[in-house]
Design a protein around this ligand. Sequence first.
Ligand SMILES: NC(=O)c1ccc[n+]([C@@H]2O[C@H](COP(=O)([O-])OP(=O)(O)OC[C@H]3O[C@@H](n4cnc5c(N)ncnc54)[C@H](O)[C@@H]3O)[C@@H](O)[C@H]2O)c1
Ligand SMILES: CC(C)C1=CC=C(C(=O)O)[C@@H](O)[C@H]1O
Length: 246
Amino acid sequence: MSQNLEGQIAIITGGMRGIGLAIARRLHAEGAQIVIWDLAVDGWDSAENGFEPVLRQSVDVSSLASVEAAFAEVLERVGHVEILVNNAGINGPVVSSWEYPTEAWDKVIAIDLNGVFYCCRTAIPHMRERGYGRIVNIASMAGKDGVQYISAYSAAKAGVIAFTKAAAKELAQDGVLLNCVAPAMVETPLMAEMTQAHIDASKAKIPMGRFLKAEEVANMVTWIAGPECSFTTGFVFDLSGGRATY
Ligand SMILES: NC(=O)c1ccc[n+]([C@@H]2O[C@H](COP(=O)([O-])OP(=O)(O)OC[C@H]3O[C@@H](n4cnc5c(N)ncnc54)[C@H](O)[C@@H]3O)[C@@H](O)[C@H]2O)c1
Ligand SMILES: CC(C)C1=CC=C(C(=O)O)[C@@H](O)[C@H]1O
């Protein structure tokens, strides 16, 4: 599978490491120029990461002002955006829902759900104006299943799925397609925030018997983010190793 993304600009939120970095690498390999948005963007190693982004910006996706300022700078510097991958996310505490600290709840929703909304809200008018855009939101199997002891994360990811479906219908005739992916567990710093018992339980649910690889997420996202994805919008693409059959 190869997508020609020559001449396209792709913004990847949370692109400094983990799944976001794998997606950024792959989109770059397909010809796109990459804009990295993350909380801290120092310490980028082009040799290790295999490419140089056209722009790296310190952005907090949970702040609309931060997102709007960064997007304005992107347009000023590179002129256009074809691809937005909303990948930035946090887990939050692993605790029962009735004991979930309200501040932590608000923070998870602010980053994992509001962040996706803010970035879409900011980028969509530009994409509509140009009659082309591909938005890929990184949800989670936790947003489909609801996973015990990570209720805020599960709720935020379910919200991302429903938001994607709603906005996709609004934009279906505008050339702007929104889809999301629902990955199972990938071995990244985020997964390390789960308890070992939860990691083991999550792996046990996967019929393929292994964790997902960040590169496998990137492979799927690359197709969804490209022009070959032309008649699918508002869809949830699973990456579950056979866990999700619904
Ligand atoms: N790792 C998994 O098992 C897994 C499974 C399913 C879905 N996901 C989702 O994939 C995405 C990436 O996860 P990951 O495992 O690579 O995590 P990670 O913790 O390795 O990377 C997340 C990145 O997001 C950035 N980030 C966090 N808060 C931010 C904010 N407010 N503004 C901008 N950037 C911010 C971090 O700095 C980091 O670079 C997340 O949305 C996560 O929920 C992960
Ligand atoms: C928090 C994060 C690493 C996470 C928790 C639960 C999952 C699951 O599949 O049940 C993962 O997909 C992942 O999003």
